[in-house]
Write a protein that binds this ligand. Structure first.
Ligand code: IPM
Ligand code: MN
Length: 353
């Protein structure tokens, strides 16, 4: 029997629809070659929909999304919407609602892609960040008093639960084992200052480590991680960290792998519904110009395939991307690729074996 998957697509705002279109083109082509069916269902969610209707998440949309095997997301963001509304109302809401407790961000410098790091190449930049995705400062615990007065108080607390930390750390050990490269897992924290939160992380990390004698463990403070990631990125294999630190270090990491046109990630619930997205935002200034790089969205689709279990198809998409980056694309930045958005999608399709 041919395997069937239902994929919910949220093209979203700005360049989201343009890059998602290329990702779907690649997914359709690879699914035909590898003998499975993907049924795409579009969801009109985002800043555009919010501006037009005042609705952040349309009624019943969470229930409808739940009936899918994966979510494929373009970008959410609108220049005229106050920061926080769409982020909390849509992106974080989906992550929390579907308990996507892992944010997986592979960081790989592909051949032919420029890195701002001097004397570093594809052999040096190949690691993954596992970011906790449902807790920490992002949980939204806190509040303010006497707002707008000289006595104003603002509190925003980091929530770290044993369960939340443990399942993230365990996922990271498993991922590191499966990845089977240097087999080294680095905990990124701040045990010298955040002595409650990262004490929990550190104890959990070393307890779980006993179950993984094949994995080498390491610890580094988040500020030091930023330093080493620039100076010695080859030291890293897999990094595990909390939500806020993970957010920050993965933007740094995205830049050393070639930038927003390349970086992709997955919001993963290993037991449930996961969501895949290019890391770059909605890029309003490039919208509709057919010049944005769709590779990040195509790599998000590739992680999607891997996560739903279509490993061969996923490998084949990655191989094709490797060829296209090495042999065709001149520069990964928008407008400098030497090809349009659509042509890059076509090239990836043509290179699929
Ligand atoms: C990311 C983004 C989001 C985050 C924003 C848009 C809420 O920066 O996916 O990294 O902070 O997690
Ligand atoms: Mn971010």
């Amino acid at each position: 029997m041919v395997k069937e998957y239902k994929i919910a697509v949220i093209p979203g705002d700005g360049t989201g629809p343009e890059v998602v279109r290329e990702g779907i083109k690649v997914l359709e082509s690879v699914s035909k070659k590898y003998g499975f069916n993907l049924n795409f269902v579009n969801f009109n969610i985002g800043g555009g929909h919010y501006k037009a209707t005042g609705e952040i998440l349309p009624d019943g949309v969470l229930e409808s999304l739940a009936d899918h095997d994966a979510i494929y997301l373009g970008a959410i963001g609108h220049p005229d919407v106050k920061p926080g509304i769409l982020e909390k109302g849509i992106l974080l809401n989906l992550r929390f609602h579907f308990d996507q407790y892992i944010n997986l961000r592979p960081i790989k410098l592909y051949e032919g892609v420029d890195t701002p790091l001097k004397d570093k190449g594809p052999d040096d930049i190949d690691f993954a960040v596992i970011r906790e995705n449902t807790e920490g400062i992002y949980a939204g615990a806190g509040g303010c008093l006497k707002k707008g007065t000289p006595d104003e108080v603002a509190v925003q607390e980091s929530i770290n639960t044993r369960k939340g930390v443990e399942r993230c750390v365990r996922y990271a050990f498993e991922y590191c084992r499966k990845r089977n490269k240097a087999k080294k897992l680095t905990l990124c924290g701040k045990t010298n200052v955040l002595t409650y939160a990262f004490d929990l992380w550190e104890r959990t990390f070393y307890e779980i480590a006993e179950e993984y004698p094949d994995i080498e463990t390491d610890y580094a403070h988040v500020d030091a991680i930023c330093m080493w990631m620039v100076k010695n990125p080859e030291w890293f294999d897999v990094i595990v960290t909390d939500n806020m630190f993970g957010d920050i270090i993965t933007d740094l990491a995205a830049m050393i792998q070639g930038g927003m046109g390349i970086a992709a990630g997955g919001n993963i619930n290993p037991e449930g519904l996961s969501m895949f997205e290019p890391i770059g935002g909605s890029a309003p200034k490039y919208t509709g110009k057919n010049i944005i790089n769709p590779i990040a969205a195509i790599l998000a689709a590739q992680i999607l395939l891997d996560t739903i279990g279509e490993h061969k198809a996923s490998d084949s998409v990655e191989k094709s991307v490797i060829n296209v980056l090495r042999d065709n694309i001149k520069d990964s930045a928008a407008g400098k690729m030497g090809y349009t958005t659509e042509e890059v999608g076509d090239l990836v399709v043509e290179n699929i074996e």
